[in-house]
Design a protein around this ligand. Structure first.
Ligand SMILES: [Zn+2]
Length: 182
């Protein structure tokens, strides 16, 4: 049996917002955690994350990890950093993350999730779970489910390059094409 307290890694994008919505269906004690690791779009992401937590009526906190410089696009090890920060900030909480299929990033793969579950099992003897409810869904399926669930899309922020949508990065392109098609 997993424990019922969950910390959701809430970046403020569509994926993590949908994760909050889904986790709240089955868990009562849900808190949002925002990680500032020096990402290019941190200001807009932080604002979106806070607004989404308010929308869902859940508590919100942030952790700042300094000294790392990142660009837009794949950041190898990024999800390791996020999960590790959540594990330290919220001990004995399950951790929910919005990884989905089709990115080609190794830290979004089922193998990566299983490896992290193994680490959490070493720490907590099997009672803390890594929850990745979107792991088997494509981005298009994530957006379709997000629309179906009526998540607050107007509060979400997707650009990974800047705090005003750059309209050029992969996240901006994904958001535009998927929402246009919806
Ligand atoms: Zn962008």
């Amino acid at each position: 049996m997993g424990i019922s307290k969950v910390a959701v890694l809430l970046s403020g994008g569509i994926d993590s917002t949908l994760v909050v919505d889904l986790v709240l269906q089955s868990h009562r004690h849900v808190t949002a955690l925002f990680i500032d690791y020096g990402q290019q779009s941190v200001g807009a992401e932080r604002k979106a994350s806070q607004e989404i937590a308010t929308h869902f009526g859940i508590s919100w906190s942030s952790v700042t990890i300094g000294g790392i410089s990142t660009a837009a696009g794949e950041i190898p090890g990024r999800n390791d950093l996020l999960i590790a920060a959540a594990s330290v900030a919220y001990p004995r909480h399950s951790i929910a993350i919005g990884t989905h299929a089709g990115t080609g990033y190794s830290d979004c793969s089922p193998e990566h999730g299983a490896a992290w579950q193994g680490l959490l099992d070493v720490q907590y003897a099997g009672v803390v779970q890594l929850l990745a409810p979107l792991a088997s869904l494509s981005k298009a399926e994530v957006v379709a489910l997000a629309l179906d669930r009526r998540i607050p899309l107007g509060h979400t922020y997707s650009c990974e390059a800047a705090s005003v949508p750059c309209e050029a990065c992969r996240s901006c392109a994904d958001r535009r094409s998927l929402l246009d098609a919806a």
